[in-house]
Ligand binder design. Structure first.
Ligand code: SF4
Length: 361
């Protein structure tokens, strides 16, 4: 089984914290879609395995008309796809649009809500408000979507513990199946980072950020969600199949500007530039980089990704288990399973980078 990712790099407005590759040049959408359709046709046979998951991410895929989404899905072919996810900005949701997406074949939505507090949404430059976010979820449910995920961000500037608790309660009241939560990162060069450097906003204290994360994990567990990856929580049976395949080494093809592909042992990536991407595809000489992963690279990647999940990972015999794993188990940072897998505990997740570094070879 394999996955297929399509990157839609358009955003109506840039959020202040974002360092993803995206552009506000919406007038280039039509020629971009033509390039994407051509790349799909040329590349979908790169894997013999059936495409089990499709993910339209961005950027903001919901800047595209539903008709373009339908063309993309038709070009991929959905016969074997079990999960077809699209990211949706709450500001783009209308009853008609959501119904059209459902009719086009989308069966899972990932809604970029980020916060249910209007003042925090304004601080980070999102273009929707809390009411629109809640309405987007209700409209999606009415359109028949029964597999919904929302994204939330914590440790936002000025956010209190109380506000974070309220956000989680609001999320739980929406009858959704999946929640992805990320601590805000001040990426170099973003507008939000400049604001922090100029003293216009203050970052949240690290202890409070950790408290927010622990509260989240405990509260969602109590509500029946499984904490199946560091930032991801799902009701049983609703784990993201597409994202899980990234973490367990399933092959995937990435289509569009900046998209990455993994067809073991080769990883490749399309150029991160709208013009260069479109022209490369038109010329028939796509601008794509690649690297061949060695056995050691593949092992290190398994450790890095596996330890982020509740399944954990198997370790190479060359890792001194007694010294590394033994110490981490004693201090409650790692758990050793009977079959030899090691799994990071909640306490361990707070120092995961250090553990991963120690277990790599
Ligand atoms: S909508 Fe998403 S991709 Fe676009 S600027 Fe905001 S965070 Fe970045």
């Amino acid at each position: 089984m394999a996955g297929l990712y399509v990157h839609i790099p358009f955003c109506k407005k840039r959020c202040l914290y974002c360092d993803f590759y995206s552009t506000t040049l919406l007038e280039r959408r039509a020629e971009y879609i033509e390039a994407v359709l051509r790349e799909i046709t040329e590349r979908k046979s790169e894997t013999d395995e059936p495409i089990r998951t499709i993910y339209l991410g961005g950027g903001t895929p919901s800047t595209l008309p539903a008709n373009d989404i339908a063309r993309i899905l038709a070009a991929i072919g959905m016969q074997e796809a079990e999960e077809i996810t699209m990211e949706l900005n709450p500001g783009d949701a209308t009853a008609g649009y959501l119904q059209d997406l459902k009719n086009a074949g989308i069966n899972r939505l990932s809604i970029g809500i980020q916060s249910f507090q209007d003042h925090l949404l304004r601080t980070i430059g999102r273009r929707h408000n809390a009411q629109e976010a809640i309405e987007a979820v209700h409209m999606a449910q009415k359109a028949g979507f029964d597999n919904l995920s929302i994204d939330l961000i914590y440790a936002l500037p000025g956010q209190t513990m109380r506000q974070w608790e309220e956000d989680i309660e609001t999320a739980l009241s929406l009858d959704i199946q999946h929640i992805s939560c990320y601590g805000l990162i001040y990426e170099e060069g973003t507008a939000l980072t400049h604001m922090m450097e100029k003293g216009e906003i203050e970052s949240i204290d690290e202890d409070i950020e950790n408290e927010m994360y622990d509260y989240l994990c405990n509260r969602l567990k109590k509500a029946g969600f499984e904490h199946y990856e560091v930032s991801n929580f799902a009701l049983p049976g609703f784990e993201s199949k597409h994202n899980s395949s990234y973490w367990d080494g399933t092959p995937y093809i990435g289509i569009g500007a900046g998209a990455h592909s993994y067809l073991p042992p080769v990883r490749s990536w399309n150029i991160n530039d709208l013009n260069a991407y479109i022209h490369g595809i038109k010329r028939g000489t796509p601008e794509r980089g690649q690297e061949v992963l060695t056995e050691i690279d593949l092992y290190n990647e398994r450790v890095m990704l596996g330890l982020r999940t509740s399944k954990g990972c198997m370790l190479s015999p060359s890792v001194d288990r007694r010294l590394t794993v033994g110490n981490y188990s004693k201090t409650g940072l790692l758990r050793e399973e009977k079959d030899g897998r090691v799994v990071a505990t909640l306490k361990g997740i707070h120092v995961l980078n250090r553990i991963i570094e120690d277990l790599m070879i």
